[in-house]
Ligand binder design. Sequence first.
Ligand SMILES: Cc1cc2nc3c(=O)[nH]c(=O)nc-3n(C[C@H](O)[C@H](O)[C@H](O)COP(=O)(O)OP(=O)(O)OC[C@H]3O[C@@H](n4cnc5c(N)ncnc54)[C@H](O)[C@@H]3O)c2cc1C
Length: 337
Amino acid sequence: MNPFVFADCTTESGALAQLSQNAKDGIVVKAGGVDLLDRMKEGLESPTKLVNIRNISSLRGIRETPEGLHIGPLTTLAEISEHPLIQSQYTIFSDACGNAATPHIRNMATLGGNLLQENRCWYFRSKDYQCLRKGKEICFAFGGLNQYHSIMDYGSCPAVAPSSAAVGLLGLNATVELTSAKRGKRVVGIKELYVLPEANPTKFNVVEPDELLTAVMIPKPAAGTRSAYQKYGEKQSFDWAIADAGVVLEMDGNTCRRAVVTMGAASPVVRRSPQAEAALAGKPITEETARAAGKASMEGAQPLSMNAYKVQMFPVAIYRTVLLAAGQMGRDPRAAG
Ligand SMILES: Cc1cc2nc3c(=O)[nH]c(=O)nc-3n(C[C@H](O)[C@H](O)[C@H](O)COP(=O)(O)OP(=O)(O)OC[C@H]3O[C@@H](n4cnc5c(N)ncnc54)[C@H](O)[C@@H]3O)c2cc1C
């Protein structure tokens, strides 16, 4: 690892001033450090300065507002998953955070860092492979080992979206606040936070080098909303999803007024499935409609040479998560978390 300056900040303005000094000269934000230090140890990144934001107390905490929830980016995944209001009214989000990684990691990992972590494609994560995402010509996954990669929307790079929290937040129509010392604040939707490889293969998200993610806002769910998230992996714990699903149902009795179905490990950015949502809207939630939603979610799927199994997994994940959200099935004991 290269030598670097460690700037320990205790205020938001102090951190923003550090970031605005020389935005292009390898100055990076460190929150929990789980992803960033991993990348540095793997030799993927050699920053000249780490701006440690972990001790900025104003960026931590969960606050109820008249509009919904305001969450500081340093709030840990553990704190979110254990919060009673999030568990009861924003269940998709508490379950997404509570089933990510392991208890140790959830105690360290912050919400902001989880949303902005980089992808886990093993070619991208190895310094021996100079891939498209590193500004070179080739994606090694298409002709290589691609069993954990995307089955939809992948264009030139099929690395999957890594953040479980984003699968929950997309379902709840959340936004993030980005702050720069020079340009002030802007608000961006979860979908708009991420960049598809087609648009720019070397940029995962729209956050500029001098910006801090300073808040996550979740609107209050409509009356009658129920939600759930489930993740399936190769191992029961300690691993990212190979298929995960979030479901939000706005119910009138047993009829679904409106549905949102989100998927994580299907594509390079977290996505909604309009086809699955249409299969549920205006209908009662039954095994039949839940199964139809799962099946519809795979419209347009184009699996790679080694991941056709995902085309079978996502419909099952969505079917079970729809029924879990509707209170018609318990949490699947085979789901990972
Ligand atoms: C074994 C293992 C299993 C895992 N399983 C899962 C899983 O199932 N689901 C899942 O979602 N994740 C999983 N993870 C990933 C883990 O959750 C993330 O690495 C972690 O959430 C990152 O948070 P952090 O606070 O440590 O971020 P950091 O490592 O500090 O930061 C990550 C990135 O975000 C940037 N950043 C952080 N905060 C801000 C901010 N406020 N403003 C601007 N930029 C910022 C940093 O510069 C850096 O580029 C797993 C990790 C491990 C090691």
